[in-house]
Design a protein around this ligand. Structure first.
Ligand code: PDD
Length: 283
């Protein structure tokens, strides 16, 4: 496997990191996950804008991203993924610092790592829907930063897997935030509802694309806080992410969501969303 590591595309064996890298010691870094629909990276500019913002918020110096699209395409090519639905994982940590100190030094040189992976669509989940759980959001109050410090996310996600659930949806004092790796939407009387952007949720790129589709197609949408007590009143629920696109939720905490089948609004949005990348998917 070839990866990008600190300015070069190289065999994974050559990507060697000091244990004094702050990414390893503190989870002091940021990341992005970007979809490659053959033959193009999807919504790349949006992902790069979010990456730049995460770096800025954590005061990590941004590496040169001017030729990132070429690097990503080259990684796809050298790993023989040109015709395969894939993903790129990009991570920038604050870099090496010795000795270990909480306070970061200004002159640290960030570690930049990218790998690509064949990642087929979760067709069954997208078509037939998933079950999700509900849990208290125990994260910090800067969830808008896509940080690699993901302990609450991985613990809640493991809970989901152990309970045969696709995702855990979090709430803070009864107000829905998001999933461990997805945003959430609700449909009531044909209006598409999602929690508003703030420091308690990640500004999902898929979420943004869906709200843009709503505007373009005249579907009614609304960003507002959602209480867990409202859950049973919704006509449809779906979760969104780079990897899962738009995934219908069939059951939430043991209660049936939707009518037991993916709803009409969810299906319409899925079709509209697929049109966004249909142009560049190879015939
Ligand atoms: N996760 N909320 C959280 C907490 C996330 O981690 C993600 C994405 C999303 C959805 O964002 P987007 O639509 O930009 O993928 C929302 C990535 C895919 C991950 O951690 O693997």
């Amino acid at each position: 496997m070839h990866v990008f590591f600190n300015g070069k595309i190289t065999e994974i064996e050559n990507a060697v990191l000091s244990p004094f890298d702050r990414g390893f010691l503190f989870g002091d870094g940021v990341y992005e996950v970007i979809r490659y629909y053959p033959k193009k990276f999807f919504l790349l500019e949006d992902h790069l804008a979010r990456l730049r913002n995460s770096l800025k918020e954590l005061e990590i110096p941004a590496p040169d991203l001017s030729s990132i699209e070429q690097i990503l395409n080259e990684l796809i090519r050298v790993n023989n993924l040109t015709d395969k639905l894939s993903i790129a994982y990009l991570q920038i940590s604050r870099g090496y610092q010795f000795p270990r100190r909480h306070a970061f030094i200004e002159e640290a040189s960030p570690t930049f790592f990218i790998y690509v992976e064949n990642f087929p669509a979760k067709i069954d989940e997208m078509k037939n829907g998933v079950k999700v759980g509900l849990d208290e959001d125990i994260r910090w109050t800067r969830c808008d930063i896509k940080s690699t410090s993901l302990i609450p996310n991985i613990l809640s996600n493991k809970k989901a897997v152990r309970n045969n659930l696709a995702e855990i949806i979090w709430h803070r004092n009864g107000i829905i935030t998001e999933g461990t790796h997805s945003n959430i939407f609700f449909v009531k009387d044909n209006t598409i509802i999602t929690p508003p952007l703030n420091n308690f949720i990640l500004a999902g790129i898929t979420r943004k694309a869906i709200l843009a589709i709503c505007k373009q197609t005249g579907m009614e949408s609304c960003e507002r806080p959602v209480n867990i007590d409202e859950m049973k009143t919704f006509d449809e629920i779906f979760i969104t992410s780079t990897l899962g696109e738009i995934t219908p939720v069939m059951e939430i905490n043991g209660s049936i969501a939707n009518t037991g089948k993916p709803g009409a609004v969810t299906i319409k949005l899925q079709n509209e969303f697929q049109k966004l990348y249909a142009d560049f998917v190879a015939p």
